[in-house]
Design a protein around this ligand. Sequence first.
Ligand code: GDP
Ligand code: MN
Length: 360
Amino acid sequence: MDLLEHQAMRLFAAHQVPVPAGEVADTPARAGAIAARLGGATVVKAQVKVGGRGKAGGVRVAATPAEASARAGEIIGMEIKGHRVREVLVAEASNIATEYYLAFLVDRSAREITGMFSSSGGMDIEQAPASSIVRIPVDPLDLTALPPAIVPVAERLWAVFVREDATLVEVNPLIVDAAGRVLAIDGKVTLDDNAAFRRSFAGLSGRPDDPLEARAVAKGLNYVKLDGTVGIIGNGAGLVMSTLDVVAGAGARPANFLDIGGGAGAQVMADALSVVLDDPAVRSVLVNVFGGITACDAVANGVIQALDQLGAAVTRPIVVRLDGHNANAGRAILAGAGHPMVTLADTMDDAAARAAHLGR
Ligand code: GDP
Ligand code: MN
């Protein structure tokens, strides 16, 4: 789970990482009221789960509550890298003397946890030469390579990483302000969902970015919205990933990733189809199932059940490729139903070509 900045800030504060005071607002008036409560200059920040907000105009300093309200009015509703801004964080503005970059992350290729530090933190960190970024082996924990002033805060950020089962804790910039105080004024945190059961920190249940994502999560589906036009449903993350590739290879762009998982019954397929068809960007749907624990006849029954439930809402063509366990039975069920919007395909490539053609 990726956290929004304001959630990361609250998590940091819970671990005694110094952060500017601030609150979230979804209207300009509320932003103004928060700025009035905080007193002094504030910074109004788009709450979206992408970096580069500053460059996109989504981070603005305001001298007065009226100005904070005006800036919030400009930022709320903005789109930053495809993410619509619904909320802003209104925080005390900092008087920045030095900007550092500090991150702890799971480095999968090196199979270790790495710390990354740069003394040229801020908006251009992506352009900083690799040689200016120090990689710190964090096991055993030895942060003495860092400037002494930030070591205590770095240790607390390391505690966030370990105790919250994070896979990423990135602070850019970690600042020293004009008064010599060290503050995390931006935070990007990814928590390992496998450890959600033992996570005690409350207040992380922000609303998912996408209403369909929220619905899919509520149904227990593994769904990620993408920006293309071909809806994708498959069983198993690996198969769904390769389906995305094959659709892209056929010249179309996937509208989503949706893994119904192993052992999925008919209702799961019905839920999956209903979520994907509710995305207005979807022009065709590709159902790609390799039957194992999930038998293809159950999947076929799920497709039929979904078509019954959705009725007139099925306005886009659905291409189905079934293979593996009970594939013939599954195909027979779909062929027998003869639904006008459903096409059967024999192979994954054929299915992708048809779905891509229909979805362009
Ligand atoms: P990002 O662009 O999404 O990484 O958003 P940040 O929160 O990092 O803000 C972008 C940049 O705005 C930072 O690198 C700072 O240079 C600047 N900035 C952010 N907050 C403040 C603030 O309180 N005061 C000042 N003067 N600059 C700020
Ligand atoms: Mn930043």
